[in-house]
Structure formats: structure tokens, C-alpha cells
Design a protein around this ligand. Structure first.
Ligand code: GDP
Ligand code: MG
Length: 672
């Protein structure tokens, strides 16, 4: 709005006046009607007609008091370019009671034309006079008191009665704010003839005001307060509008300066006149004040300020929170479906801070305590909504950390590996991934933590690591046993092929050598599993036992009945059917077949006791543990007495056939 075109205030009343060169009329609104009802239109007017709703504290409010037909409306229209009804000079009808409001042209000023503040002049009760005085005092920075020059000094006159009401009302409203907030009373003396100088008129008025103030009964504790504690005064005069129209207009233009020019020495809008009501809450405040007045409740401004702040802060918070909800809508679904949202932290912080900023922008103008409390509420409400996402993302981070730990461990275990190293490096990676992700979604001004989730993650990883360790250990032991088995099978078969007396010594020594070797490997691998001493001891003793059982099994396999009989026969045939050069023997009649036969058979039978039990050499310390599965001492016996007997019987029977065959072959040769 530009400060041009002041001259147009000279236009006749009642004509449409334009703002900003548009066709917009400065429309007025009856905020309180003749039935003392408060209008519902005020928010709309503040916003659309007067365009003041967004100006915060940058507006002022002027009200006018005075007897009827003292040219109040005329003055306001001239001063502010408003459009209030003026009593027509010809019709002289009564203007309706009530309070009218408009916006000053080219200025951020609301003007209230208060009708019916002259109840006592009209002989009516002074109920409405008092109500409108209360209302005006509670809302206005400046009150224009309009009076004829000839009314000055009439201490008993209607004006003075009105002023007494104003003072009483003021004490009620501003008790608590004494000395801090004031109201300016601007006396405008109309039809000033000039014979009495303004200074004299001012003195007379001031003296009257002091007398009225003294007559007002003061609340307890305020008995000695002065009129200056609550009011500033200004006095001015205007010439007769009809008789001296030119001079009247000139002085009005000068007077207007006091309302629009902050550099004017008499600029009326001092900061401490402000009632501290943000423009966007004015309609709430004004209506609240009027409600209190109508219900005859005690009215004090600090309480009203708090009520206003609560109401408006709630409204502002609701709007800000709705925007907030709209912005976070999209996060729920992906998080619930397990996604990790990359910039969730910064985005949440941004959305929340924007919400708070939006709230602050309007709400910070209201009662500080209330504003702070509501701000905290908005912050907490927003945080608790976002906390759901925080927890959701933590859950998804945990899941992903566990999965990647799992697959990393599996991947690395495929190659050459040190299990403990694989686990600890994979664990480190997984934990760092989680912590980085979790830190990134911590918001300022929250008490969020992820300690518990982190502890749970570490426990899960430990569980998985323990399981995997058990499996890997099993696999490793199995592999070592296999390695052992193949070597054992080889040397047992080899030594059994040509049984000798030192056969057991060789086997046991070889067994011990292979076992030592495998044990070394086992211990080395166990070290990579971070095994404890106890685990080492158990694993070694289990390996020894299983190795021994394997050896025993191999021996049993090699010495099954048929295999053993075959061994006996081989040894026998070697001695009986072949000569010392290894050539097949041809029996001659002079040969002592019986002696040969006995010798060969004895040598063969000699194998039975040789194989009957494992002979552990004295100097060898095997240290094979015994348990319910294995009794080491008895495991040394391979052929029981019964089996030995049985085998020798079966072998003798078989060898008899060879004996007969040899005898027969001699007979045959001799017969030829
Ligand atoms: P209000 O009831 O106080 O709002 O008075 P109005 O503005 O409606 O004016 C009442 C009458 O007084 C109208 O006929 C005006 O023309 C007339 N009037 C306005 N200003 C002056 C003035 O400065 N002096 C005199 N004598 N009459 C005025
Ligand atoms: Mg009027």
C-alpha cells in the first residue's frame, strides 16, 4: 500500500473510495450490532477486505469516543479515508448503536467508530457505554475523544461521565500491566473558535481529568497510582467544518500526519500502546473480549492474551501438523515393506524443522509461555510420528546387517580362511553398516537411541557365528579324519601283506606319526576358531579316540575270517609249495613231505597269535582315552580264543588237502 493520494480524503462521504488504484472499496463492518452480537465476518474482512491478516504486529487500532453528532464519523472519514455513515444534515436521523470497523486508507490501521457512548446524554442506561468502553480499551492503541469546544470545562457533562467509565474500566483491565502498557487519549476539540488558546483548553481538560481520576475508586494496592501510569494525553483542536471548510481540511491533513508519519514529533503510535495481538489472531481476541464483557465475567488482559495464545497456537499447530502428515505419508509403506530409505534422516529433520518453522512464523507472536509450551507439543507430536519410521528403519538395518554378515561369512569360508578372522571382519562390517545407518537417522531435539537394537544385533551375530563355528569345526574334523583314514588304510594294508614280528611296532609307530601330524593340523585350525584350551583338549581326545577306532576297524576289515584264512594259506603255500628260490616244488620220493608239511603249517599257524592282539611297544605312549564307546585295553584284542581255535581248525582242514595232494603227486611220479 502506498502512502499517496491523501487528497482524496476530501471526497464527499459515502462514496466508494479506492485502494491501490483498484476498484476495491474500503468497506466497513459492523463488528458489534445493535443487539450486541459480535460479527462472524471479522476474519474474512481482516483477510480479504482489509488485507491485514498477515501483518503480524505491524498494525494499530484507533477508536473514537464522544457524544452523538459531534462529527466523529466525519472526522474519521477525513482522517483515514474511511466510509463510516455520517448523519445527513437534512435527515438528522439517529445512527444505529454499535461498533463499526474499517481500515484506514493507505495505512495499516484499523479504525473503530463507536456509536452510543453517550448513553447518559440520551438518558439511557449506561450499559452499552461501559461495554464499548471496555472493548475499546482492550483493543485500541489510541482513543480519540471528540468534543465541542463549548463542552470543555463542563465537569459534570456527559463527556466527563464517559471518561470516568473509561478510567474505571482501564483499571480493571490493566492493573497487572501498570506503567508498561499505556493508551493514548487524543482529545480533538471541535469548532475551535480560537479566542481561547488550545493551551488553556488543555489545562482545563487536564485538571478535570485529574479530578475524575481522583474520584475513581482504585483497587486494593493501587490506591496511589496516577493517571499518568496508564495514559498519555494529547490535545488538538479543529476549526468549524462548515464555516471554515478550507482551514478545517488543512488541519485535518496535518492531524493525519500524526497517524502516518513516524518521524512526526507527535506520532501517535508508540510501541507501548500496542495491545500485542497479532493480526491473524485479532478476530479471536476481539470476540473473546466481547464474550467476556457480555457474560459479565472479570476481564483482565493477561488472561485474555493467554486464552488467545492457546486458541491461535492450537490452530496454527493444527495447520502445520496437517502439512507435516501430508509430507510423511509416503514413508510408511516402503519402510513397512523392509526398505532402507537412503536420506531418511536428513529428510525427516527437514520436514520436522519446516513444520516447526511454519508454526513459529505465526505462533511466536503469541504469549511466550503458551507459545513455548505448544511448540514443545508440536515438536513432540512430530517426533513421535517420526519415531515409528526411526524404529522401522532400525529394524530393516538390523535385517540387512545380519544378512550381509551371513553372506560375507559364507562367501569367505569358501576359500582359504581363518575362521575367527572371517567372523570378526564380517562382524565389523555389519556393525559399522548398522551404526552408520542408525546414526544417520538420529534427529536433533529427540531422546532417541539405538543402544538396545545394537545390542540385539550383536547378539544375533554372535548366535550366527557360534552356529557357523560349530558347523565349520565339524566339517574340519571330518576332513582331518578322512585324511587320517586314507593314510591309515594304506599302511595297515601294506604291513599286513607281509606280516612280521615287528609288524605291530611299525603299525603303532606309523599310527602315532600320522596321528601327531593330524593333531597338529587340528590344533592349528582350532586356533583359527579362537577355541578355548578346554575345547582344544576335548577335540584332541576325540580325534585320538576316533582315529583309534578307525585303525581298529581297518584291522578288523583286513582280518575278516576269509581274509585271514587266505593269509594263513598264503604263508603256508609259500613255505610248502615253493622252494627257497621261490620255484614251485616237485616232490620226490626221498623228500620228507611230513616234516616239510609240519614246518610250513606251524609257520602259518604262528600268524594266529601274531595277529591275535595288537602289541603296543613298551616305549610308545599312545594315550587313547577310554569311554563307553571304547575300552582301549580290550580293543587291543583282535582274535578271541574261540576265534583263534576256530581259525586254526579251519586252516588245518584246508592244509590237509595240500598234504594229500603232495603225497598223491609223488605216487604218480613213481608210478610212471
Ligand atoms: P457523529 O454522530 O459524531 O459521528 O457525527 P457525524 O459525523 O455523523 O456528523 C453529524 C453532523 O455534524 C453532520 O451533519 C455533519 O455534517 C456535521 N459536522 C461534521 N463535522 C462538523 C464540524 O466540524 N462542525 C460542525 N459544526 N458540524 C460538523
Ligand atoms: Mg457517527
Amino acid at each position: 500500500m502506498t502512502a499517496t493520494d491523501i487528497g482524496s480524503s476530501n471526497e464527499p462521504n459515502g462514496q466508494a473510495q479506492q485502494i491501490n488504484g483498484t476498484n476495491k472499496t474500503l468497506s466497513q463492518l459492523q463488528i458489534i450490532d445493535e443487539n450486541q452480537h459480535f460479527t462472524k465476518e471479522l476474519p474474512k474482512y481482516m483477510k480479504e477486505e482489509w488485507e491485514l491478516a498477515d501483518c503480524g504486529f505491524n498494525y494499530n487500532l484507533v477508536a473514537v469516543f464522544g457524544s452523538q453528532s459531534t462529527g466523529k464519523s466525519t472526522l474519521l472519514n477525513r482522517l483515514f479515508g474511511t466510509n463510516f455513515d455520517v448523519m445527513s444534515e437534512t435527515a438528522r436521523r439517529q445512527t444505529t448503536k454499535g461498533i463499526w470497523m474499517s481500515r484506514g486508507r493507505d495505512m495499516s490501521v484499523l479504525i473503530m467508530d463507536v456509536e452510543g457512548t453517550d448513553g447518559r446524554e440520551r438518558g439511557e442506561d449506561q450499559d452499552f457505554e461501559r461495554k464499548s468502553a471496555l472493548f475499546s480499551m482492550a483493543t485500541s492503541n489510541v482513543i480519540i475523544v471528540n468534543l465541542w469546544e463549548h463542552q470543555v470545562g463542563l465537569y459534570q457533562g456527559a463527556n466527563m461521565g464517559l471518561l470516568k467509565t473509561v478510567f474505571e474500566v482501564n483499571l480493571q483491565l490493566f492493573q497487572a500491566a501498570r506503567g508498561k502498557e499505556k493508551t493514548l487519549l487524543l482529545f480533538v476539540i471541535r469548532d475551535h473558535v480560537g479566542s481561547t488558546p488550545l493551551a488553556n483548553l488543555s489545562n482545563t481538560l487536564t485538571a478535570d481529568l485529574e479530578r475524575i481520576w481522583d474520584s475513581v475508586s482504585k483497587p486494593e494496592g493501587l490506591e496511589h497510582c496516577t493517571i499518568k501510569d496508564y495514559f498519555d494525553f494529547m490535545f488538538t483542536a479543529l476549526p468549524h467544518k462548515i464555516l471554515l471548510p478550507k482551514e478545517f481540511e488543512q488541519d485535518v491533513v496535518k492531524l493525519r500526519e500524526r497517524f502516518v508519519n513516524p518521524n512526526n514529533k507527535d506520532f501517535v503510535f508508540k510501541p507501548n500502546y500496542s495491545k500485542r495481538v497479532p493480526a491473524d489472531g485479532f478476530h479471536v481476541y476481539a470476540e473473546g473480549i466481547w464474550d467476556q464483557i457480555m457474560s459479565n465475567k472479570d476481564l483482565d488482559l493477561p488472561t485474555q492474551q493467554e486464552l488467545l495464545a492457546q486458541y491461535r497456537c492450537d490452530e496454527i499447530a493444527t495447520i502445520a501438523f496437517e502439512n507435516f502428515l501430508g509430507k510423511i505419508k509416503g514413508y510408511r509403506q516402503p519402510i513397512e515393506s523392509g526398505k532402507i530409505i537412503d536420506d531418511l534422516g536428513p529428510e525427516m529433520e527437514e520436514i520436522r524443522n519446516t513444520t516447526i518453522k511454519q508454526f513459529d512464523k505465526d505462533a511466536s507472536r503469541y504469549h511466550a509461555e503458551v507459545y513455548k509450551r505448544k511448540r514443545q507439543e508440536v515438536l513432540q507430536k512430530a517426533n513421535s510420528q517420526l519415531h515409528v519410521f526411526f524404529l522401522g528403519q532400525l529394524k530393516n538395518l538390523t535385517k540387512k546387517a545380519i544378512n550381509s554378515f551371513n553372506s560375507r561369512v559364507q562367501e569367505k569360508l569358501k576359500g582359504e580362511y581363518d575362521f575367527a578372522e572371517v567372523v570378526s571382519s564380517s562382524r565389523e562390517e555389519a556393525e559399522e553398516f548398522f551404526v552408520t545407518g542408525a546414526n544417520a537417522i538420529l534427529l536433533s531435539e529427540t531422546d532417541w537411541t539405538f543402544d538396545e537394537e545394537f545390542t540385539q544385533l550383536k547378539e544375533s551375530i554372535s548366535d550366527i557365528a557360534a552356529k557357523s563355528r560349530t558347523e565349520e569345526t565339524k566339517k574340519m574334523v571330518k576332513a582331518l579324519e578322512k585324511l587320517f583314514q586314507s593314510q591309515v588304510n594304506e599302511f595297515v594294508s601294506l604291513y599286513f601283506k607281509t606280516p612280521t614280528n615287528d609288524m605291530w611296532e611299525k603299525i603303532i609307530k606309523k599310527f602315532q606319526q600320522v596321528l601327531n601330524n593330524v593333531e597338529d593340523q587340528l590344533l592349528k585350525r582350532l586356533k583359527s576358531f579362537n577355541a578355548t584350551e578346554d575345547e582344544n583338549i576335548k577335540a584332541v581326545s576325540s580325534l585320538r579316540k576316533r582315529s583309534w577306532l578307525q585303525l581298529r576297524k581297518k584291522i578288523d576289515d583286513e582280518l575278516a575270517d576269509n581274509m585271514f584264512l587266505l593269509k594263513l594259506r598264503e604263508r603256508f603255500e609259500e613255505k610248502f609249495r615253493y622252494d627257497d628260490d621261490g620255484l614251485p616244488k616237485v616232490w620226490k620220493p626221498e623228500d620228507d613231505i611230513d616234516a616239510h608239511f609240519r614246518k610250513a603249517r606251524d609257520e602259518a599257524l604262528h600268524l594266529i597269535p601274531l595277529f591275535a592282539s595288537i602289541q603296543v611297544p613298551d616305549h610308545v605312549e599312545l594315550d587313547i582315552p577310554s569311554d563307553e564307546e571304547l575300552d582301549f585295553e580290550s580293543s587291543l584284542t583282535i582274535l578271541t580264543e574261540t576265534r583263534q581255535h576256530d581259525l586254526s581248525v579251519r586252516f588245518k582242514r584246508e592244509s590237509d588237502a595240500f598234504y594229500l595232494e603232495a603225497k598223491r603227486s609223488v605216487v604218480a611220479t613213481t608210478a610212471r
